[in-house]
Design a protein around this ligand. Sequence first.
Ligand code: ASP
Length: 483
Amino acid sequence: MKLKLHNWILIGMGAGVAVGVALHAVYDPAAPGGTGPPGWYGVVMWLLDLFGPTLFMGALKMIIAPLILASIVSGVTSLPDMRELGAIGWKTLAYYITTTSIAVAIGLVAVLLIQPGRKPGSRAVRSAAERQQAAYRRTYAEQTGRSALDPDGRPQTAYVAWLQGQKAGAGSSERYAGKLRAIQAAQKRTPGEIFIGDIVRPLLTNPFTSLAANPPNALGIIAFALLLGIACTFLGPRARPLVDVFAALNDVMMQITHWLMAISPVAIGCIVARLVAQTGPSVFSSLGWYCAAVLGGIAVHVVVLVALSATLGGVGPGRLWRGIREAWLVALTTRSSAATLPITIANTTENLDVSPKVANFSLPLGATMNMDGTALYEGVAVIFLIQLFGGLDDVPIDMTAMTTFLIFITAVLASVGAAAVPNAGLVTMVIVATAVNLPAYYIPIIFAVDAVLDMFRTSTNVLGDAVGAIVVNRLERARLGEP
Ligand code: ASP
C-alpha cells in the first residue's frame, strides 16, 4: 500500500521525537555542570540542523518572496473586475479581524479561569521573586541611605526607577540574550514610532529591497503586488505579457513547492529531533499550567474555526482535516506561517476547491497579518505574567476591566505586527506588556517553553488563514463564476 504524504510526515515526526528523546537522555544542554556532550553528539546535531532548518526551511523561505509577488499579481489580474477585488478584500479583512478578536477573547477567558500564575509551580517562582525584591530593597537603602518604601508602605518612585534599571541591566542567560535584546529594543519605541516604522514604511518600500530582505518584507511585497495587479488590469491588453509572466512564475513556484513537500517528512523529522534534544520535558514543570492555558485556548479556537468552515464555508471537519493536514503539520514543525504559505496555497486550491483567484490573494495576506494563535498567546502570556508578578514593587498592576481591555486591543495589534517566522510573537508581545506597564525583563521567564507553544500557535495561524480562504471563496463563488 502506498502511504499518503501526511502519513509519512507523521512517521517523520514520530522518529524525530524518538531520536530527540534519546539525544536528550545522552546530553541535556540546560543542565548545570556536567561533563559536556560526547564527541559524536555535535555531528548528529549538525546533521539534524543541516537537513531540517537549514536546507528545508531555507528552501521554503527562498521561494516565499517571489511566490507572494506572483500569487497576488496573478490573483488580482484573474478577477473579473476591480469591484470583485474590493469585495474579496473587505470580506477577507472582516474575517481576519473577527476571528483574531475571538481568539484573544478565548485566550483571556482561559487564562482568567485557569489562573496559571497562581498554581503551586508558579508560587515557587513568585516566592523567589519576593525574596529577590527584599534583597533589592536592602541594597537600595544601603546605597542611597533612603528607604525603598514611603511611610504608607508603598514603593518610592525613585526606588522603582532604580529597581527597573537594575533588573533591565541584569539580562538573562546567554541562550536567550538575543531575544531579550530584541525585546528591549522594541520597548524603547513609542506606539507612533511603531506604527510608522513597522507598518507605513514597510508598505512603501522599494519592491526590490522588500524582495531581497531577510526575512522578506511581506507587507511591502503585498502593497507593491496589489498596485502592480491593479495597474495591469487597468491597462488591459497592453499589460498582458506581464500578466502572463506572473501567472507562469506562480505556477513554477507551486511546482517547486510540490518538490519540497515530497522531502518534507525527512526534514520535519530532523527539525523535531533537534527541538526535543535541546528542550527536553523538564521545562514544563513550573510553566505547565501556563502551557495548559495557551493550548486549551488554542483547542477551543480550533473548534471555532472548524465550525466556521462547516457553517460559512460548507467544508465539514473531516474534509477540512484531509485537505489541510500537510500544511498544518508543516506549520507545526517549521513554526513559520510564511514558510508554510506555499503548502497552504497548494492544499486549499488542490484539495478544498478554493479558487486560486481567492487563495492567491487572501493567503499571502493572511500569512502576514492574520495570526489567531499568536494573538491568543500574547494575551494569555501577559496576564499569566501579571498573575505571577503583579503587586511586586515594579509591577503595580491590577487586573481591572481596563487592563483586560488594553490587553485585548494590543494583542490583536501585536499579532498583526508579528512577522510570520519562529518566535516572532514573543518579540511583539512587548507591545502588549508595555501598554499595561509590565516591564519587558519579565518576559524571558516564558522563553523556555516558547518553541513548543510556537508550534501550536503557528499551526492555528495557518488553519485560520485556510478557513478564511474557504469562507471567502464560498461567499464569492457565484460572482467569480466558479461552480
Ligand atoms: N511563528 C508564528 C508564525 O509564523 C508567529 C509567532 O511567533 O507567533 O505564524
